[in-house]
Write a protein of this length. Structure first.
Length: 258
């Protein structure tokens, strides 16, 4: 088991990519704290992990609330003592009503940047003292291919994800000699509830059937599934990946070949 005797916190893990990462971590033996807004989904996941013999702490949290980071971190560390692996996965998509910057909603912009960029900063800041003291740690950001290119009518999403790579690379530079690695994954279109909204919007905007539009999104001719993202995250989180830091890995079906 690649993550045996490791402790992990995966934010936004009640569904989608976060759920797939949490499930993969549990399969690889990690003790895990999971967060999300849905208590029912978290309880179901915790029961699954308990059946595997994996210790799991589920924490209901709405990360748009300014006191949520402190509460999540307190509960996670009370459960496990320290966190070896932090996956900053929780985030917002481009929203149900994408629009150009000239018509952008300023409150939505602020909320998006807080959840997608400030929250990972705050969690990383919480994790670092113990990691530095123990000379070991893994911090992984869930970014996006839109951390490397713009997104039509999605300025806040693209800006927040570009910022997340800047934060990741800076943290990697600051901690490289202290046994800590900091990396990001950059998924392309993944079949999640959040991405469904964007795909449906773009298909309608372009006057195409959803299935036809989906097939055009990647070189492999389809969207990715959440479970296809998790294996690389497991590797980057493992002790084997000790020389990999400051990297942003595309997992996108050939959408962005850079």
């Amino acid at each position: 088991m690649k993550l045996k005797e490791q402790t992990a916190l995966v934010t936004g893990s009640s569904r989608g990519i976060g759920e797939a990462i949490a499930r993969a971590f549990a399969t690889e033996g990690a003790q895990i704290a999971i967060t999300g807004r849905s208590s029912q989904e978290l309880e179901t996941l915790q029961e699954e992990f308990n059946r595997l013999g994996v210790r799991c702490k589920s924490i209901v949290a709405d990360l748009t609330q300014r006191d949520a980071v402190e509460r999540v971190w307190t509960q996670a560390t009370q459960a496990f003592g320290h966190i070896d692996i932090l996956v900053n996965n929780a985030g917002m998509g481009s929203g149900p009503n994408p629009r150009p910057v000239v018509d952008y909603d300023d409150d939505f912009w602020e909320t998006m940047l807080y959840v997608n960029l400030t929250v990972p900063y705050l969690f990383s800041k919480k994790a670092l003292p113990s990691m530095i003291e123990r000379k070991y740690g893994r911090i992984i950001m869930t970014a996006s291919v839109n951390s490397k290119k713009g997104l039509l009518y999605g300025a806040a999403y693209a800006a927040s994800k570009h910022g997340l790579l800047g934060l990741m690379r800076t943290l990697a530079m600051e901690t490289a000699k202290q046994g800590i690695t900091v990396n990001a994954i950059c998924p392309g279109p993944v079949r999640t509830r959040m991405n469904n909204l964007r795909v449906e919007y773009d298909a309608k905007r372009l006057g195409k059937p959803v299935a036809e539009y989906e097939a055009s999104l990647t070189a492999i001719g389809r969207r990715l599934e959440a479970h296809e993202i998790a294996p690389l995250v497991v590797y980057v989180a493992s002790r084997e990946a000790s020389v990999i830091t400051g990297q942003a890995f595309n997992i996108d079906g050939g959408l962005l070949m850079v």
